[in-house]
Design a protein around this ligand. Structure first.
Ligand code: AMP
Length: 220
């Protein structure tokens, strides 16, 4: 079973994705992560993608489609996988349909973690980082022991530029613009909208039920 996990930045996709992947014993594949690894390794693909990623744009469909084709051919995907951050455009969604058919997978199960923009802005603007060791905190969900100060080295925490409200709103708008049509593409096709404005454990109960109904899981 291939699971597509959708949701805007800050919706809790990472947390749910890790749980599902562990529970079903399938790899969680993030195209953003693969691209960042290519960048770190300094491969031609990484070098080509760097500028696009830094400007917040989307890497070309042909590149990410080829990455997914290669990744799905790996043996650990035999039982399926969870895709995070892919497909991001209609062309990618159509390519994926063809690829899954070609590889003999059933149509994907689609999960969409829906969270209002106001909540996402509050969550994301609450992020703080230690400029010395890089530790990440969240004033709402994971505050430092002492206000404004890193637990590890006592440095004064900072707010990164990309966690400022204006940047976050721009990212949310870009997400709605590019991924909105992809979500519409899947509506009515094994598509499940989840209220993501809840505690992770509560969301997980719904996810478990959906997976159980789909015949692929249900470990509580
Ligand atoms: P993410 O970690 O999913 O937010 O992805 C980080 C960046 O990688 C994005 O802003 C895009 O530049 C690029 N990227 C990741 N996945 C895709 C995709 N499916 N299509 C195009 N670009 C992508």
């Amino acid at each position: 079973m291939v699971i597509l996990l959708f949701g805007p930045p800050g919706c809790g996709k990472g947390t749910q994705g890790a749980i599902i992947s562990r529970q079903l014993g399938i790899p969680s594949i993030s195209t953003g992560e693969i691209l960042r690894a290519e960048m770190r390794a300094g491969t031609p693909l990484g070098i080509a993608a760097k500028q696009i990623m830094e400007s917040g744009g989307l890497v070309g469909d042909d590149i990410v489609n080829a990455m997914i084709r290669n990744r799905l051919a790996e043996p650990d995907c035999r039982k399926g996988c969870l895709l995070d951050g892919y497909p991001r455009t209609l062309a990618q969604a159509e390519f994926l349909d063809g690829l899954l058919q070609e590889l003999g997978y059933p149509p994907p199960l689609v999960l969409f973690l829906d969270v209002p923009d106001s909540v996402l802005v509050a969550r994301l603007t609450a992020r703080r980082q230690c400029p010395v060791c890089g530790a990440i905190y969240n004033l709402l969900s994971q505050p430092p022991r002492r206000d404004g100060v890193c637990d590890h080295d006592g440095a004064t925490l900072i707010q990164r530029d990309d966690d400022k409200e204006e940047t976050i709103r721009a990212r949310l708008e870009a997400y709605a613009r590019s991924t909105g049509p992809v979500i519409d593409y899947y509506a009515g096709r094994n598509f499940h909208r989840l209220d993501g404005n809840r505690r992770p454990e509560e969301i997980q109960v719904d996810v478990d039920r959906i997976l159980k109904e789909a015949g692929v899981g249900g470990a509580a």
